[in-house]
Design a protein around this ligand. Structure first.
Ligand SMILES: [Zn+2]
Ligand SMILES: [Zn+2]
Length: 337
């Protein structure tokens, strides 16, 4: 990888920052751990007298929790991948590039180096995109992440809640994580609603105080569980809805703020929009049996992507504008992990 060196250089301060970056993840795990205790022990075991209802509640709770934690962990643990070595510009070429006296010369050096690479994205001045930190030609839809210190394929954004870049290799996991987290919160809120209502009724009827079959702390856990799950559900529903929208229009968060620039056609936010179903399958794969499981099934290699132009015109353009009459070369991922 052209930027491994950057990532290996760790100072003591850098190590402290690495630890610091895990705090949001630890916070999420702490909330999940507490919610598990509150739901399973305080609500189901100590406060649910109907045994059949308790078994059903626990069964669906654990199914949701497993899918939620599985997709969350896959989002966290999946590597950002690597840009293959042949995208790296040799040091002597980099020196030529930096010493070039005008942008046109730089543009010519970059275009010449990228002539056999499948790049269609350009900078605003029409040059092939180059990362001066990683010393590589940037593949289409990739961006340099200053937190990860490397170029990330199909970068969506760097998410502190997963301490990882959301990118080509874990985008499906991230969307599933949002979806299952939302289902988890809604399920917990729905099944604690009865106890929540009962609490306010008993508060208004002093003679019935204490009927919640437990101590004040037990009641506190259940009420707090209801509030927390509603609060997370409200924030998750907009984020999940937004990413479903992005999947259906085949756009990353970064591309929704700044449209990718194509060699043919210039800036175009819908440059990768192949139609809703095709867009969905590009992230979730063709086999519906894997759509809802956090298993990597995204299509392509993360380096090149079919474009809307290619689909409508049944042709595409390579780095030098030569016309291809087939879809982009779709190899398996360079490093799915
Ligand atoms: Zn870079
Ligand atoms: Zn990152």
């Amino acid at each position: 990888m052209g930027n491994d060196d950057n990532r290996r250089r760790k100072t003591p301060c850098g190590c402290c920052m690495s630890v610091f970056k895990w705090i949001p993840v630890l916070f999420i795990f702490a909330v999940i751990g507490w919610s598990y205790y509150a739901y399973v022990v305080e609500l189901c075991v100590l406060n649910t007298e109907n045994r059949v209802a308790m078994i059903f509640m626990l069964f669906f709770y654990h199914i949701t929790l497993i899918l939620f934690l599985w997709s969350y962990w896959k989002t966290i643990s999946t590597s950002v991948g690597r840009v293959p070595d042949h995208w790296r510009i040799p040091d002597e070429e980099v020196n030529h590039l930096f010493r070039a006296d005008n942008p046109e010369t730089q543009k010519r050096i970059l275009n010449n180096f990228a002539r056999n690479l499948p790049v269609t994205n350009r900078t605003m001045n029409g040059s092939v995109r180059f990362c001066d930190k990683c010393k590589i030609i940037k593949p289409d839809r990739s961006h340099h992440c200053s937190v990860c210190s490397c170029c990330v394929l199909k970068m969506d954004h760097h998410c502190p809640w997963v301490n990882n870049c959301v990118n080509f290799f874990n985008y499906k996991f991230f969307v599933l994580f949002l979806g299952y987290a939302l289902i988890y919160c809604l399920y917990v809120a729905f099944t604690t609603l009865h106890d929540f209502i009962q609490f306010w009724q008993t508060e208004n009827q002093l003679s019935e105080q204490g009927q919640l079959n437990g101590s004040g702390m037990g009641r506190f856990h259940i009420l707090f569980l209801f509030f927390i799950s509603i609060m997370f559900a409200i924030s998750l529903v907009s984020l999940f809805g937004y990413h479903i929208y992005l999947v259906l229009v085949n756009r990353t968060t970064l591309e929704s703020f700044r449209a990718p620039v194509f060699r043919i056609g210039g800036p175009d936010k819908n440059g990768y929009n192949l139609g809703r179903y095709a867009n969905f399958c590009e992230v979730f794969g063709d086999d519906w049996q894997y759509w809802f499981l956090p298993i990597f099934t995204s299509k392509g290699d993360g380096l090149s992507y079919p474009t809307a132009t290619e689909q409508t015109g049944n042709q595409s353009y390579d780095a030098m504008g030569h016309t291809n009459h087939s879809t982009a070369n779709r190899q398996r991922p360079a490093h799915p992990v």
